[in-house]
Write a protein that binds this ligand. Structure first.
Ligand SMILES: [Zn+2]
Length: 119
């Protein structure tokens, strides 16, 4: 009960769309993505990119939220290749996180309470 109550207070005061732990990861990804160079494939949706960098190039599809490194699919968090492509199209990285890693999901987790019992 204490944990749920404590987390409810923390979440009530949290204004960002993402939890703090995700924010710190986000900053690392943003910095590392500067070493990657997205090249638009020419598709009509402006969502497919070949992202060049070391040690291998990757294919990013922003529409399907996929990258050939598989990190985005596994973690639901865009990795450096997707981050580079998103910067190219001026879209917010935060909008491409899966709902499960957003603060909204944390709020849904702690929306309930445990009823106290006697004795
Ligand atoms: Zn990737």
């Amino acid at each position: 009960m204490r944990t749920i109550a404590k987390n409810k207070v923390k979440l009530a005061n949290h204004v960002s769309k993402l939890p703090l732990v995700i924010h710190s990861r986000l900053e690392k990804v943003r910095n590392e993505s500067k070493h990657w160079h997205p090249i638009w494939t020419g598709d009509t949706g402006y969502v497919k990119f070949e992202v060049h960098g070391y040690p291998a190039n990757h294919v990013v599809d922003l529409g399907k939220r996929l990258c050939t490194c598989q990190f985005w699919m596994l973690t639901r968090i865009p990795y450096v290749h997707a981050c580079a492509a998103l910067a190219r199209v001026n879209k917010s990285l935060e909008d491409f996180f899966h709902k499960l890693v957003t603060i909204e999901s944390y709020r849904e987790t702690y929306q309930h309470h445990i009823n106290p019992i006697l004795g």
